[in-house]
Ligand binder design. Structure first.
Ligand code: 0WD
Length: 254
């Protein structure tokens, strides 16, 4: 399948080979896309560079979304490299681990602000820059979780951040529709990644999903990756403002 042949995409949020961003990058490269990657800080640079190389991708630099100058720098690099952009995959979220356990009501102002900035606003900030390079239209994609829709144990401020992110997908879709830029999210079921290991009782949540989802299992980064290919390809050209669940059907249960 060459669904993404001729398309150029930016992938943000690869931390290692378990990252959802990596599952998406692999699937997109398989579908013929040319990819660019960012990394957050020198520690991740060493991880991301060899992974990008495996897929013949470009590394366009350090990007910490709390530093808007680093977002600008990465987009300037993409403009130099390609002059345009067809899709962006945003797989970035953060909350202080100490607040991903216990009660939401204890959330501090500092962690609330930081979590919403990194996990929600950064998608808008990236979309602002991407819009200018998506001269033939394009597709923006972010990752969310069911904890945005319903209370989930330990998800706390991240659930509130994902609710804001899902709402921003709708507002961005309306704003960018006239420019033929689509904006969607995948609501992934739980997957054991670095970020997920910070969530309290995560193994129990995985097990709970295995027992209770309609497909009686959890999902893989490869499955999220293939759905992402669909959402950034022209196959989904009639879809925008959508939150698509890739969760073995769990959202119909809980
Ligand atoms: O169960 C799961 N793993 C699910 C994850 C279920 C549903 C959704 N998601 C979402 C996450 O909330 C996130 O938005 O998927 C996205 C990707 O997360 P992931 O693949 O589970 O986690 P990971 O491999 O850790 O990648 C997240 C990365 C960070 O990694 P670490 O673990 O080092 O924080 O987000 C990046 C970073 O690379 N990141 C940032 N990037 C730029 N600037 C920043 C930042 N300030 N903070 C975190």
């Amino acid at each position: 399948a060459n669904l993404l042949r001729g398309k150029r995409g930016l992938v943000m949020g690869v931390a290692n080979n378990r990252s959802i961003a990596w599952g998406i990058a692999k699937a997109a490269a398989d579908a013929g896309a040319e990819l660019a990657f960012t990394y957050q800080g020198d520690a991740l640079k060493k991880r991301v560079e060899p992974l990008a190389k495996q897929l013949g991708g470009h590394v366009v630099g350090h990007c910490d979304v709390t530093d808007s100058a680093s977002i600008d720098a990465v987009f300037a690099e993409i403009e130099k490299l390609w002059g345009k952009l067809d899709f962006v995959v945003h797989c970035i979220a953060f909350s202080d681990k100490d607040e991903l356990t216990g009660r939401y009501v204890e959330t501090t102002e500092a962690n609330f602000t930081k979590s919403l900035l990194i996990s929600c606003y950064s998608f808008t900030a990236v979309t602002q820059r991407a819009e200018k390079l998506m001269t033939d239209g394009g597709s923006m994609l972010t990752l969310t979780y069911y904890g945005a829709e319903k209370w989930m144990p330990h998800y706390n401020v991240m659930g509130v951040a994902k609710a804001a992110l899902e709402s921003s997908v709708q507002y961005l879709a309306a704003d960018l529709g006239p420019s033929k830029i689509r904006v969607n999210a995948i609501s992934a079921g739980p997957i054991k990644t670095l970020a997920a290991s910070g969530i309290g009782d995560f193994r129990y949540i995985l097990r709970w999903n295995e027992y209770n989802s309609p497909l009686r299992r959890t999902v893989t980064i490869e499955e999220v990756g293939e759905t992402a290919v669909f959402l950034v390809s022209d196959m989904s050209r009639g879809i925008t403002g959508e939150i698509l669940h890739v969760d073995a059907g769990y959202h119909v249960v809980g």
